[in-house]
Design a protein. Structure first.
Length: 157
């Protein structure tokens, strides 16, 4: 399957404050325990790398990266459910890793739910490895779910 529907134009660009409600709507469709619009707004205001993948001008996915002190943290990567399976998540993650390199980051971290094998596969194919677990990290039906902590070293080009 192609990364973008035939005839559609896809672009990666910085997230705009005016798009936060659209981004939050994607988040609500994709996750049972979504971030709020306020969290996205806080990420923008904090100066995090907040990027949108838009198809024909409409956001269909986004990624958030925080970078400081030689390390980066992938905070969120999401593609709208109706656009998943087309390589868009890989494209977003690749952009976040490019930004981490631009920030001269040496190591990138992320957390992922063990119950999300698609995301785990995406991160493993990108070069991330499991380095630990955070017990009871995520809210889940009937309680909490651990997080798999993953990391990758960014070697100089």
């Amino acid at each position: 399957m192609s990364a973008v529907p035939a005839g559609a134009v896809a672009e990666l660009r910085p997230m705009r404050e005016a798009e936060i409600e659209l981004v939050a709507a994607i988040e609500r469709r994709a996750y049972e325990f979504p971030w709020t619009a306020g969290i996205f707004r806080d990420c923008l205001r904090a100066g995090y790398e907040c990027w949108v993948l838009a198809v024909d001008g409409m956001p269909v996915g986004y990624g958030i990266l925080s970078a400081a002190a030689g390390e980066a943290h992938v905070l969120n990567v999401c593609v709208a459910p109706e656009h998943q399976g087309r390589g868009l998540g890989r494209r977003l993650l690749h952009r976040l890793l490019e930004l981490a390199r631009w920030h001269r980051v040496e190591r990138v971290f992320l957390e992922v739910r063990p119950s999300n094998p698609v995301a785990i596969g995406l991160y493993e194919r990108a070069g991330f490895n499991e380095i630990g677990r955070r017990p009871n990290y995520y809210p889940a039906k009937g309680g909490r779910e651990d997080a798999i902590v993953m990391a990758m070293e960014l070697l100089p080009p």
